[in-house]
Design a protein around this ligand. Structure first.
Ligand code: CTP
Ligand code: MG
Length: 224
């Protein structure tokens, strides 16, 4: 397999609250983005890594990452992914049937075994994604943030990344309104297709709020 990894890294990290975008925060001796790229660089089934950054990104150049840098980030994650993918296709860096793995820059602790499970599912007809069955009890709140009802968690999964689709399918899925599209699978589902759910890993957390840094750093120090 000759898969391409597409890493959206054009966010500002508002919830994380650092002075610079969270993908450039240093954890365990390296930037978050460098850790994320390192997850993929020696995998024999991955032939190319592309990183999408914002057009006015001031940090990416000095990192010297072993990746193709695409300065085409958009206003939303989905737009950044769409722009990056269109750039890769237009420039012949991927062909329509190339498997593309989209992975959040902010998920810097993805364990190798979870990545292998997803790559093993590359033949799934409608693509595949890492996800975890919901473990906690789910509450719906009333207007005062009090628990009104308890929802069944039967059959519910939390989506993670990477998410894996043939380039042409992903391009078709992202073509159109991106309202409510928070991951690639949701765009593919909108076409009436059903991406396969592959068991992810609780260590594959997304650096979102300041507290997440503590856990991510501990995980990175365990398995640098
Ligand atoms: N992302 C992107 N382009 C955007 C927004 C997000 O490429 N316009 C990327 C982020 O850099 C991140 C991933 O998508 O790697 C997941 O998004 P999220 O965790 O929401 O990151 P931010 O949008 O940066 O954070 P926040 O929502 O707190 O501002
Ligand atoms: Mg965001």
């Amino acid at each position: 397999m000759n898969a391409t990894v597409l890493i959206p890294a054009a966010g500002v990290g508002s919830r994380f609250g650092a002075e610079i975008p969270k993908q450039y925060t240093v954890l365990a001796g390296k930037t978050v983005l460098a850790h994320t790229v390192d997850i993929f660089r020696t995998n024999p089934r991955i032939s190319q890594i592309a990183v999408v950054v914002s057009p006015d990104d001031a940090f990416i150049d000095e990192l010297n990452l072993p990746a193709h840098i695409c300065r085409a980030g958009g206003d939303s994650r989905a737009e950044s992914v769409r722009n990056g993918l269109n750039h890769l296709l237009k420039n012949g860096l991927v062909s329509p049937d190339t498997p593309v793995l989209v992975h959040d820059a902010a998920r810097c602790c993805l364990p190798a075994a979870a990545l292998e499970r997803l790559l093993d599912a590359a033949d799934a007809p409608h693509g595949a994604l890492l996800a975890l069955p919901v473990a906690d009890t789910l509450k719906r709140q009333d207007t005062h943030a009090c628990a009104e009802t308890t929802l069944s968690r039967d059959g519910l999964w939390q989506a993670q990344t990477p998410q894996l689709f043939p380039a042409a399918l992903l391009q078709r899925a992202l073509n159109g309104s991106l309202d409510g599209i928070t991951d690639e699978s949701s765009a593919v589902e909108r076409l009436g297709l059903r991406p396969r759910l592959i068991t992810g890993d609780s260590r594959n957390l997304k650096l979102t709020r300041p507290d997440d840094a503590l856990l991510a750093e501990a995980l990175l120090r365990l398995h640098p």
